[in-house]
Design a protein around this ligand. Sequence first.
Ligand SMILES: Cc1cc2nc3c(=O)[nH]c(=O)nc-3n(C[C@H](O)[C@H](O)[C@H](O)COP(=O)(O)OP(=O)(O)OC[C@H]3O[C@@H](n4cnc5c(N)ncnc54)[C@H](O)[C@@H]3O)c2cc1C
Length: 505
Amino acid sequence: MADELIETPVLIVGGGPAGLTASLLLSRHGVDSLLIDKRASESGLPRARGVHSRAMEILRVCGVEPDLRAVELPITPGAQWRTDLTGPPLREDVPSAGRMTVSPCEGLAVSQDVFESVLRDHARGHQAARVERGTLLESFELADGGVLASVVEPATGRARRVRARWMIAADGARSGIRERLGIAMDGPDDLGRQEMIAFRADLTGWTGARPRGIYFLTATGAALIWTHADDRWIISRPGTPDGEDPATVVRAVLGLPDLKLDVLAGGPWTAAAQSAARYAHGPVFLAGDAAHRFPPAGATGVSAAMHDVHNLAWKIAAVVHGHGDDRLLASYAAEREPVGRRNAEETGAAWSRLFDGSAAPFNGRSLSQIDMGYQYRSRIVVDDGGPDADPAGADYEQRAAPGCRAPHLWLPGGTSTIDLFDDRFTLLTAGPGSAWRDALRRPAVPVASYVVTDPGWPGLYGVAPDGAVLVRPDGHVAWRSRTASADPAAGLRDALATCTGLTRR
Ligand SMILES: Cc1cc2nc3c(=O)[nH]c(=O)nc-3n(C[C@H](O)[C@H](O)[C@H](O)COP(=O)(O)OP(=O)(O)OC[C@H]3O[C@@H](n4cnc5c(N)ncnc54)[C@H](O)[C@@H]3O)c2cc1C
């Protein structure tokens, strides 16, 4: 039995994108945490090669974006289909030029190992965070309303116990925590086996110096992705490794029988489109791949992992700081489970069309709708009776309906409305909304107030110039009043009580 006992409000298990983002956000909200990851070093196989705009918005607010841009790969955005690498393009999917009008952030092209190392450095830069690699969660039990965990460092055998009020299960697709809690995964767990091979080769003769984001090679049903600036690439092709020389496989897939290359790593993986039956169990919250597994169609796994903990971190912080009730925590599962199911369905369908080359893979919701268009519906969002903002087949259009991501609008000085949404609620008004601002004196929870002078703001946010919008720390609209109110103080008080879970609606 380990003698050393660590006490922490939050134990984060897993130091992938979900766990590291949770650590960063909790620190920003002034909540101590301990993150452990069993891996002591990087895995040889890169997985994701980037994140979408919404995840970059989260990292922009955390101050991480500049360091990530410094290591970004200079790709040409979009996908290209060819028979093999030597053939002419059969088809191209190029992101629309208008996407920068809806976000201050472009998506990012960087390999997952590099991405995680930048996030880890930032996470470690916060005093509130303890980040340990080479530490394994061995077992845990639910005790005294929290979690009592046994952790061990496999390299030294050092064992300790951790008592935490909450535990974030960010331990990946094979989550031992999910399994121990008996939470089932819904949806297909085998959409096809794939073999991935990482290799180094100079392919500039066929891709140019700024390769496409991804190449789909239709003759073999394989994908080719540039991962690192030093000529490192991966291919993924259908099937399991069958003993064939990996270099021969790469040459055959690319259609380049004489290509000089070094094979770096390889292994099998299986595409799945699943979402956990429950994202919470008492003091344990599932996040990232522990909560859902998407096939890499559209590359949404890392982004969604970050969206999960963005939804969760401010709620934990509100309860720690006495600004929210446990009902706030219950809204995590209520809000994220439908998004996980929707993403699994959309990416599962897109996966089946990906290698076809004859049609766009995403013919349901568009990729930007999947990334930014989800609308939370829960007891802490005050529905104002508007239409569903995230129907099947939707393409993304900025909307400030309650539950939606609050729209981006450039503000003076090169900042965005997105930059306002950080560690507290934000009340947005235009000049004529002074009654709302006056009514905000001494709110029950911290609320920032911002007057938007841009004349386009009321239209973009769906209010009259004397209306008001309350935005949550995770940048989702909690409540809005389209016009002035006879009793703005009561309106705001009720809204804040509902949106923090302090009263039941
Ligand atoms: C082949 C492939 C290609 C992909 N391509 C893309 C892509 O292009 N874009 C994209 O967005 N996503 C992609 N993904 C998915 C993406 O990699 C995952 O969605 C993402 O890594 C999920 O992050 P996570 O933090 O939830 O889990 P992970 O990154 O899996 O991290 C989980 C961590 O938990 C640790 N851990 C597990 N058990 C324990 C324990 N008991 N104790 C301590 N630590 C533990 C592990 O060591 C690991 O570091 C791809 C996945 C695969 C397999």
